[in-house]
Design a protein around this ligand. Sequence first.
Ligand code: GUN
Ligand code: FE
Length: 474
Amino acid sequence: VLWVSNRDGKIDGFDWSVNPDLEEALDLFVKSKGWSVWRDGVDAKDGVETVVIVKGGRDGRNGFFFPGFIDTHIHASQYPNAGIFGSSTLLDWLKKYTFPMEKSFGAEEEGERAPPQAYTVYNKVISRTLSHGTTTASYFATIHVPATNLLAALCHQRGQRAFVGRVCMDNLVFCPDEYHDAFSEESVSATKEVIEYIHKLDPEGKLVAPIVTPRFAPTCSHAALSGLGRLASSYSPALHIQTHISENKNEVLLVKELFEKSEGYAHVYDETGLLTPRTILAHAVHLTPEERALVKKRDAKISHCPASNSALGSGLCPVRTLMDDGITIGLGTDVSGGYSPSILEASRQACLVSRLVASQASVTTGRETLSVEEALYLATRGGAQVVDMADQIGGFEKGMYFDAQLIELGPAVESISHESSHDVVLGGTEDTGNVDVFGWENWEEKIAKWVWNGDDRNVRAVWVSGRLVHKRGV
Ligand code: GUN
Ligand code: FE
């Protein structure tokens, strides 16, 4: 039983004792990783300040509440390209697919409103990620101020927790014609415009916050990088920052060429004031031990994007090594380098990639392998730490925002009558997605089935700050 305050959407209290079945699930997760899963029943509590907002999973549907997923790295503007990348790798993919798509978010004329397409695409991205249980997303938009502001406004209106960043890129060596900042000052001034817009939209930053977004070192001048570093630290508290790092070997070589004087890729960001405790570094596939030590020292965070790293052939991110170094890690879909907007898919890919890392180790111990629980930890608690909100989201402790998804795996197969199982075949009454529960599984096994075969058909409803933001029909 769970109570959520109607004033601030935060969890006000709970009582685990009501449903003994829950304890098995709870035990498993609380013990192993300090996070929780439970199912069924949310009832009324007396009093004015708290209301019931959740009526638990339906009877016998193998349902449970789970903390909303946190996508620590996603390009909203690239969503129309999801799945379209052919056999390209990062640098040619950017030129062939990505820059042309992003460019199309520009207004016809300077200072004009965002094009209708921005409205359509951004609404679709929000709908799609919510339907997959993403309650918080850290978005890259494009270089265009009107469209970036529109993305922030739509997240605010639709109720998705979000960081929204205007992409900065002013280095003509790598940027395409007609899609770049005119000069480094524009990177800073246009970012400022977006920050001011978002601060007006959501003065307390309860739902939507700005994030300073230099695209990555190869597209940015030293002046732009340091200007953006100064900009982020000029606010109190300092603004969040997001960028890419060491995703692809050719990219790493390019950074070596472009920033000859720097010791490494991470050092370029450090020298320009961009390596902070509120910085999200996407990918980090090829960091050197010295760079990892620097990232740890600055307490910068890493967004692991396994689906993208495999799709673009970027490499196998050594997540266990990063963890052993004490670096904070969350998961990112990296749409559309990543083909899927689902953090459940990212969790599953994180598990698979870790097994490949393990298979490549000189001594086979399996230590590199991530468990399902660890992947789900990265998808929730880890992500919360990455966006510096570990005390507010990512779990169900008292005082946290009620950012949650209600998952239903569906009725056990043995409990479905012959007639209704016929319906399933015909796509009739009960769409349990790709998961079949037979009835004998314990909670650990049910959760494993969810991670390996679940999808948005298992997400029945989603809440952010206690507000219902997505609901699936029967
Ligand atoms: N590096 C620079 N820009 C991008 C981008 O849009 N996606 C990915 N995956 N990597 C990048
Ligand atoms: Fe990316």
